[in-house]
Design a protein around this ligand. Structure first.
Ligand SMILES: Nc1ncnc2c1ncn2[C@@H]1O[C@H](COP(=O)(O)OP(=O)(O)O)[C@@H](O)[C@H]1O
Ligand SMILES: [Mg+2]
Length: 327
């Protein structure tokens, strides 16, 4: 990709708990292009949120980036410089979370919170900020925005609050929006509306989206390309259609098999046996070895590399090594 908007190169993140260090993200290398929508999928505990928090410079106190680098528009971001981050946050990269209530100030009218974001990052007057805020509220599908502007968060439904968060995230026309499980707390009808809205915003404003979800069914509604994470590693990265039609990694195949579909209706849903190892429980070898139906001795002893298998397809699995076994 010639001009990646966001690039992570070999990012490593580790927690320090007491005297011990636990790697939580390893060898995270990927890019997000301009106007692209990239999904990160994987079960809970695979490192999706830590990946997005690394980009935002918002890792928990006990975690640190222990290696690699993050580039925005080709320029390295210094994780040590919090000032560097806050200039970028909101203006160039913004983020929405699963639970908008925890991100909104309960004591300030919602419209004002959007306007304050505009005032913090754009040199606009109070009146202009209010106009931008109400325009953006209408754009994200909220109605009666003049009145809603004055309402406090607790008066809004979950879907409305998530729209307010999206308006707040987009008010400064960021280049990249990171959405971490933005619809997980919403019921399916509202979820579909929010996914439509994000897709529409990507088309109309060209904002790239890094969309994170444990649910491949949701990812496939929004993303052009999908990165699959398992136990702190990227295990596969491919364009959506290719990933759905020709998954390579056994973990991706398992996630696909667990998706509900019309022909499986009424039947029991498949779940991958076992669970994601905690950061204290990770061993050498392939991170997925303990749950993989195609496991071999090599998988137990050696961590596979993330290999390019086609122009836009990478996979971390010994089955796809040169001269390796075929499925
Ligand atoms: N504050 C924390 N302290 C200790 N471990 C954590 C903390 N936050 C996350 N982890 C661990 O890091 C791993 C990745 O977490 P996370 O990125 O939140 O996963 P995901 O978003 O994919 O569910 C998990 O094993 C999780 O238990
Ligand atoms: Mg998460």
């Amino acid at each position: 990709m010639a001009n990646a908007l966001l690039e992570l190169r070999d990012v490593e993140v580790a927690f320090t708990i007491g005297k011990r260090t636990y790697p939580a993200l390893q060898q995270i290398t990927f890019q997000v292009g301009e106007k692209e929508t990239v999904g990160i999928v994987g079960e809970s505990g695979c490192g999706k949120s830590l990946t997005s928090l690394s980009v935002m410079g918002l890792l928990p106190e006990t975690a640190a980036m222990t290696g690699g680098g993050i580039l925005l528009n080709g320029k390295p971001m210094e994780p040590a410089s919090r000032d560097g981050w806050s200039a970028v946050r909101g203006k160039q990269v913004s983020m929405i979370f699963q639970n908008p209530m925890s991100a909104l100030n309960p004591l300030m009218p919602v419209g004002k919170q959007i306007a304050e974001m505009a005032m913090a990052h754009l040199s606009v007057s109070k009146q202009e900020a209010k106009r931008l805020a109400t325009d953006m509220m209408a754009k994200v599908g909220l109605s009666r925005v003049e009145r809603l502007y004055e309402d406090y968060p607790h008066l809004l439904s979950g879907g409305m609050m998530q729209r307010i968060m999206i308006a707040m995230a987009l008010i400064c026309t960021p280049k990249l929006l990171i959405a971490d499980e933005p619809t997980t707390a919403l019921d399916v009808t509202i979820q579909a509306q929010i996914l439509d809205l994000l897709r529409e915003m990507n088309r109309s404003t060209g904002t790239s989206i890094l969309f994170i979800s444990h649910d491949l069914g949701v990812i496939r509604e929004v993303c052009d390309r999908v990165i699959v994470m398992y136990a702190g590693y990227i295990v596969e990265d491919a364009p959506l259609e290719e990933l759905l039609d020709h998954p390579k990694h056994p973990y991706t195949a398992g996630l696909l098999q667990s998706l509900p579909s019309a022909d499986k209706r009424g039947g029991p849903l498949y779940t991958i046996p076992g669970r994601v190892p905690s950061i204290a429980d990770r061993r050498s070898g392939c991170p997925f070895a303990g749950r993989c139906p195609s496991v071999s001795d090599l998988c137990e002893s050696t961590t596979p590399e993330l290999r390019q298998t086609a122009a836009h397809h990478r996979v971390r699995c010994h089955l796809y090594a040169d001269g390796g076994m075929a499925l």
